[in-house]
Design a binder for this molecule. Structure first.
Ligand SMILES: *Cc1c(COP(=O)(O)O)cnc(C)c1O
Length: 425
């Protein structure tokens, strides 16, 4: 097979020189290791700090200092409307209209709120379909929701996993499971990208299948938002939730994002948990009885905007605004493609296996490598070389070169360490 890549430092540096968004790396603070900047491949767990995050938080501190209560209307970014600043950048990141997206709370809380709105068990249709081995927080959320309605999780949750002897879930298996269980399913909830294997699910087809069968469909986009191209509105998903501290670099525990499809946002009858921030602004401060939700996704807001934590996210989304998801995705495909190319150069019997599907449209930035024998040792060698990745039992190292701040040279350095481990070269 011919390839456009070469396994050399010069080649990697050349790729960086030709990278149009290489300069955006300067917008991030790269942690200093003992022997120079770390090579940070953990943006899938916690994105790096935007250089301007501190100034953004300082701005709010100053406005609080100088304006106190008046900051709600007179701050540089009035706190009353703070959450609306995110609609435009997020609409581009998840592929939807600005009125279909909002920020509030954190991911798992939002997942619960969306389940309360869209999981509506009725008669025979009361089951929830999800992937087996979903992120624990999602498993706990779904389990506790079905218990909330007095169902037995063993009966009410249908889990779909890879076939015997396979590591990757097949989209066709998901689709046929949805079709086969159409009479008992009330809702399907899936991770757009699996946090462990890095696999992208076919969200378009899955959404269409669920909608045809009259089943609510939602996605957890924790590993997909800011990573791959999404088109939630056109796919017709009912809702999606994501956190903003992974590829979105909003900082630990930063505010979560929520998508609710247009077909629901104006329907004030869709049940939801009320709170004053979701109420129509015209009557919010009249403090009267009668909750009238806003007719957009922010009609699901409950409490006052979390200004400080949103400020850091804003600083990050301003960087996204200087590029575009197609441009980021295109670099990401090259970065992970280069990683895969290099990995294939030093692969060999019993060394490691890439468990992430190889086709570029089936994975985002992250590749997951399974080391049957010496995962912990390799992990330690990488750490010693200043390369930050993570290790998950039993022997999986997740490597996520992120296009906003990682370079081809860093990918090459990763390869050098692996070569050293195996060849001593
Ligand atoms: C990171 C992640 C979470 C984290 O949830 P929080 O409520 O933000 O702590 C949940 N689900 C998935 C799939 C994740 O990857």
């Amino acid at each position: 097979m011919t390839t456009r890549f070469e396994a050399s430092l010069d080649f990697a540096r050349g790729m960086d020189q030709h990278d149009h968004i290489h300069k955006l790396r300067n917008e991030f603070l790269i942690p200093a290791g003992e022997t120079g900047e770390l090579i940070y491949f953990c943006g899938n767990s916690l994105g790096l700090q935007p250089r301007k995050a501190r100034e953004a938080i300082d701005q709010e501190l100053r406005d609080w200092e100088n304006l106190a209560i008046d900051g709600f209307v007179k701050a540089k970014n009035p706190w009353l409307n703070y959450q609306y600043q995110f609609c435009k950048p997020f609409s581009k990141i998840v592929g939807c209209q600005e009125n279909e997206v909002t920020v509030m709370n954190t991911l798992t809380v939002n997942l619960h709120l969306m389940l309360l709105s869209f999981y509506q068990p009725a008669g025979q249709k009361y089951k929830i379909l999800m992937e087996s081995g979903a992120f624990p927080s999602d498993q706990y959320a779904v389990e506790s929701q079905v218990r909330f309605y007095n169902f037995n999780p063993d009966d009410a949750i249908i889990e779909i996993g890879p076939r015997e002897g396979e590591k990757i879930l097949r989209n066709e298996d998901l689709i046929s499971a949805i079709e086969e269980n159409r009479n008992s399913l009330a809702l399907v909830i899936l991770g757009g990208i699996n946090y462990y294997t890095g696999q992208i699910l076919d969200m378009k087809n899955i959404s269409e299948t669920a909608k045809k069968a009259d089943i609510a469909i939602g996605f957890d986009l924790a590993h997909a938002a800011g990573n791959i191209l999404l088109n939630l509105h056109d796919w017709g998903a009912d809702f999606a939730v994501w956190c903003s501290y992974k590829y979105l670099n909003g900082g630990p525990g930063s505010v979560g994002g929520v998508f609710i499809h247009e077909k629901h946002i104006k329907n004030l009858k869709v049940r939801r948990m009320g709170g004053w921030w979701g109420n129509d602004e015209k009557t919010r401060f009249e403090m009267k009885r009668g909750f009238i939700p806003k007719a957009d996704a922010s009609g699901w807001n409950i409490s006052t905007a979390q200004v400080f934590n949103m400020a850091a996210l804003k600083a990050s989304l301003d960087i996204f605004e200087r590029t575009s998801m197609p441009e980021l995705r295109s670099k990401s495909i090259d970065l992970s493609g280069y990683l895969e190319f290099l990995l294939s150069r030093c692969a060999g019997e019993g060394k490691y296996e890439i468990i992430t599907p190889k086709k570029p449209d089936m994975h985002g930035a992250q590749l997951s490598l399974f080391f049957p024998k010496n995962g912990r040792h390799v992990f330690k060698c990488l750490l010693d070389a200043g390369i930050v990745v993570d290790f998950r039992e039993p022997g999986v190292i997740r490597v996520a070169p992120t296009p906003l701040y990682n370079t081809f040279e860093e990918v090459y350095r990763f390869f050098e360490v692996l070569q050293h481990v195996y060849d001593g070269s």
